[in-house]
Design a protein around this ligand. Sequence first.
Ligand SMILES: [Zn+2]
Length: 250
Amino acid sequence: MAVAQIIKCSNCGAPVEFQPGELVATCKYCGFTTVIETGQAFVFEHSLLLNHFDQSQIDKPIRDWMTSGFLKPGDLARKAKITEKELIYLPFWLVSITVKSTYKGVFERVAPPVVKEGTMEKEYNWLVLAREASAFPTREYDVPLEGKIPYDFRKIEGFAKIFNSEIEREEALELAEQQIDTHHRFLLQQDVDKIIELKNEFNVKTMVYLHAPVWFIKYEYHGNIYQLIIDGAEGMVLKGDIPPAKFGLL
Ligand SMILES: [Zn+2]
């Protein structure tokens, strides 16, 4: 386990802890955000999504998830024991971007195959998780942006953790562009079977650094531990491990 380091908050003087690899750190006492390498203030827009669940209210979306859907064991809600509830404010880069894809490809579903050309224009609020290693289901996360406010440390619960960014703005933009390229290649499969050329024109409107509340839940069921990831703004289950429905009845 890597050792945390400490810088002094240049706004209030409090110690600000950060882990190796983190690039941007937010002071938990005053909310001031610093670029670690330079010690300078972070100049981009920093936003916060509010969490709407406390430690006991989060049980409702958990139980609702356990009792809905066909694939779950019938006694899941009754037998599952919640063993861990952790609220973490995860850092994201939110890239508001328009993309014009100009493509040329081969349509092979007719004989003989034909070459097709076209353009596709899309607009996104593309979310990039600002952490290096994570199995977080970013594409499943439809961020409720209406609830976005300027970052306010007073709105963050004392029991919550705040993760800092490990990814710079430029890197986040590159990642967003790569991910959109992949997404557009997927979308274009409807139109062409083989892409010969694809050119994307990206037009970035805004980029916002965003902390969003995410609950990491662990529960025990028949001796095994499973994980649930729930968005704290609206209670949406982003990812849930479902135990196998039958045990030893083969
Ligand atoms: Zn401070």
